[in-house]
Design a binder for this molecule. Structure first.
Ligand code: SIN
Length: 331
């Protein structure tokens, strides 16, 4: 027995010695996210890893942790400030603790489509927002798309009154809470990793998400109806810790940023494709019914939810909201 234990100890030491160890001066970038790998964010993260490891081999190593394996979105930013993770791309709805401005992206019916959101993000106001949390130790490196949100529920939602009294999971955003309160529903802030079980066990009645997230996390298998509402969007802020980022050697930082920009461009292409293909996969599955809104039904949702803008106007700033609205021109 004693020989056996000694043998195991030697084997463990040998494995440690033989492991492809991180070289002493190699920089490790841990990229934590909550979605599946077959999503815009999952694909962007994997592309980033491939590009960095091809161009900065031996200098920078990237470790990607999908599916909330390392942190969920409610803990990742704190972990980043502690230096436990270097890159993440939480949804823009999850920064309310750090900035009053980013919740602009949650205002219902703000952008006509992803192209309008892209114009706003790449314009001067959107670019300024990237640095809105610098004093809190977080730097935004770019925006990444996922898509527009649909409402799913255990019953058909055609007009706002249909949502009355239902429990909806929301991301950690006060704007999203106000959006559901506007239709007399009950919003519950829960981590993305909990949504499937909450729906399956009927602890909640519905949720809002993109076609890609509804498909990849199988929400459509446990929701009888999806209303194609396109009432908001889920996009991401690719974020890093200021201390980590500013501490990188300048040449490495430039290369890492270049790889990230290319990975984001790749993720954005995937986002456009998945908004169509994952919707089709859900429809073809026959597991849920996709409801289209008539113009007059859609108008009712807009009328009831739009007053949320006024509620957050002082916090977000009217100028910023006006700039976002202006980006709809051309859509
Ligand atoms: C994500 O797409 O990263 C998660 C969105 C959510 O929490 O619903």
């Amino acid at each position: 027995m004693r020989h056996f234990k000694v043998g195991i100890a030697f084997a463990a030491i040998a494995m440690l010695v033989a492991a492809p160890a991180v070289k002493a001066d190699e920089i490790v970038i841990k990229f934590s996210h909550v979605v599946a790998e077959n999503t815009p964010k999952g694909q962007a993260a994997n592309k980033f890893k491939a590009l960095v490891e091809q161009r900065l081999a031996g200098k920078v190593k990237v470790e990607v942790f999908p599916n909330s394996q390392l942190f969920n979105d409610n803990t990742v930013l704190q972990a980043m400030l502690l230096g436990d993770v270097q890159l993440a791309a939480p949804s823009l709805s999850k920064f309310g603790k750090y900035t009053k401005k980013l919740p602009i992206f949650d205002l219902p019916f703000l952008f006509k489509n992803i192209q309008a959101a892209e114009r706003f993000q790449q314009g001067p106001a959107g670019q300024k927002l990237l640095m809105s949390m610098e004093s809190k130790g977080l730097i935004g490196l770019g925006y990444l798309h996922n898509g527009t949100k649909q409402l799913s529920a255990s019953k058909p939602l055609r007009v706002p009154a249909d949502a009355k009294g239902l429990k909806f999971r929301i991301q950690t955003s006060d704007v999203l809470a106000a959006q559901f309160e506007a239709v007399d529903a009950l919003p519950l802030k829960k981590a993305f990793s909990e949504v499937f079980t909450l729906l399956q066990t009927k602890a909640i009645d519905g949720q809002e998400n993109t076609w890609s997230n509804i498909y990849s996390k199988k929400f459509f298998e446990v929701q009888d109806y999806i209303t194609e509402s396109n009432h908001g969007l889920i996009d991401y802020l690719v974020v890093t810790g200021a201390e980590f980022w500013n501490g990188l050697p300048a040449d490495i930082r430039t290369e890492v940023k270049k790889a990230l920009d290319e990975a984001i461009a790749h993720g954005n292409k995937v986002a456009l494709q998945k908004a169509v293909s994952d919707r089709k996969l859900i429809m073809d599955s026959g597991r849920t019914k996709i409801l289209q809104l008539s113009d007059s039904e859609r108008k009712k949702w807009v009328e009831v939810m739009k007053p949320v803008w006024k509620k957050f106007e002082d916090q977000i700033g009217k100028d910023l909201i006006d700039a976002a609205v202006a980006s709809n021109v051309g859509s």
